[in-house]
Write a protein of this length. Sequence first.
Length: 247
Amino acid sequence: MNRAQAADRHTTDHVSFGEYAVLGRNVTFGHNVTIGHHVVIYDDTVIGDNVTIQDHAVIGKQPTKAKHSILKQTSALPPAVIGDGCIIGTSSIVYAGTKLERDVFVADLATIRERVAIGSGTIIGRGASVENDCTVGARCKLETNCYITAYSVLGDYVFIAPCVVTSNDNYMGRTKERFAKMKGVTVKNGGRIGAGAITLPGIVIEEDGTVGAGSVVTRDVISRELVAGIPARKFRNVPEEQLLENQ
């Protein structure tokens, strides 16, 4: 669909369309929306005011599964909702059933899977991946190429550095027992994970808990505690001036 066809299908004076935008049925646009070239927006997607969706982004995609996947086929998910003031970068994908609150920034090449909630003002970095069924709070920073595994919960003001890897399956794909025990990472308000760190499944990082770069986290991190190493152990307390309450 070219720009003229898109404008005919979705009549509005408040949306700017790039060339060859592909729009599904019943897409809802707010005011002052900019749609880049070759963007694909699926049926019933809701887009708020002052939103920018850059070239080649895909919004509202329904999930699919591999032929031999152990995951069950699910019915169609509700539409994606993109809140006011969001910016969606080039070639990013936001799946159906996901909601971005206002002023979320999604950088180029990022992927946000189905049934994810992202709080207001959060930044999803370039190439970052947020898997299905995650909750991310407000004013978080998930930096370049980090991986947030399915079933994770991040509070507000959480910092995830580049190339952090989280995990949710202690059985590494073997035995049916794992299905009842899959659990992602929980990072409570103000928690931070340094560059290249790895967390084992089910790890809880309490408020203002901090993980040093390159660490492997095998047990929960206490509030206001800085851990580092392989395996990660307490290094010191988080300095007072770094605590969330003092920012």
